[in-house]
Design a binder for this molecule. Structure first.
Ligand SMILES: C[S@@+](CC[C@H](N)C(=O)[O-])C[C@H]1O[C@@H](n2cnc3c(N)ncnc32)[C@H](O)[C@@H]1O
Length: 260
């Protein structure tokens, strides 16, 4: 007679919980973002409700008051989670200052949180070519670009980004840009990358967003064409002799491409 007897269902349930817990621990050791965040699609590797995320912001973020206003305004919309993370925008603004950039491109603008952040980092004669297909998002941000006093630096082009990039190339602007940020429809990333690579100068930088896709690049599903596309680009970039790269686990993963 066992000392404790439990119904079979309880024993099976407890065993399953134990296996799930052990698997979680192992997954957490190998892929810590699965513990801080979640394995489901989301924008940041470190979940935005994590105390560690708050610590990062408390100890690094110096956000312009109008940028903060735009971030809070954008976050109020159901699609607001598409916005770039504020620490990543600050990181890119610091890079822009470091390389003394004058001309930059953004592919995918939304309300322009990052476009505004870049404009604030540029000199007064600097220019952001901001590409989006949807003007409704930008209309929300535009008054704040003005309030920050940098709207004259943001040149918004509403049409498919491939078309804008082709027009810049056709207009003789190849090798004249210092920095590009790619953050639009994922299936076109390779095309954006190739065009931006022609548009930036030697020594220029391209930042490519969402390169980890909430961890889904580890095992892209056949029906997840966006993750497949990013994964193929990641595989190409690591072998691309035209550039040096760094893949940074910030936001949803950002690859910095340095043109040789
Ligand atoms: C992730 S959001 C961009 C976020 C933005 N970089 C920020 O600072 O918050 C993606 C944007 O890409 C735009 N987009 C989608 N397809 C596009 C295309 N073919 N050409 C240009 N923009 C596109 C969407 O309208 C959306 O505003």
């Amino acid at each position: 007679m066992p000392l404790f007897s439990v119904p079979k269902e309880v024993a099976v349930g407890t065993a399953m919980l134990g296996v799930a817990f052990a698997t979680g621990l192992l997954a957490g050791k190998r892929y810590p973002f699965l513990v801080f965040g979640s394995s489901k699609p989301h924008k940041s590797i470190i979940g935005k409700s994590s105390p560690l995320w708050q610590y990062i912001l408390d100890h690094s973020l110096r956000e312009h008051p109008v940028l903060k206003k735009l971030r809070l305004l954008t976050a109020d919309y159901p699609w607001g989670k598409m916005m770039v993370s504020c620490d990543q925008a600050q990181f890119m603004a610091n890079l822009i200052k470091l390389i003394k950039a004058k001309k930059v491109i953004e592919v995918g603008v939304l309300t322009g949180y990052n476009a505004l952040s870049m404009a604030l980092a540029l000199p007064d004669n600097g220019r952001v070519i901001a590409c989006d297909i949807n003007e409704d998002y930008a209309k929300i941000g535009k008054p704040l670009w003005k309030e920050a006093g940098v709207d004259h630096k943001i040149d918004l082009r509403i049409k498919p980004a491939t078309q804008t990039l082709d027009e810049l190339l056709a207009g003789g602007e190849a090798e004249t840009f210092d920095f590009a940020f790619i953050d639009a429809d994922k299936e076109s990333y390779n095309e954006y990358y190739e065009k931006c690579l022609r548009l930036i100068k030697k020594g220029g930088i391209i930042a490519i967003d969402n390169v980890l896709r909430g961890g889904r690049v580890l095992k892209p599903r056949k029906d997840d064409l966006e993750t497949q596309s990013i994964h193929h680009l990641n595989e190409k970039l690591v072998r691309d002799a035209r550039v040096n790269i760094s893949m940074i686990p910030m936001g949803d993963g950002v690859t910095l491409v340095f043109k040789l």
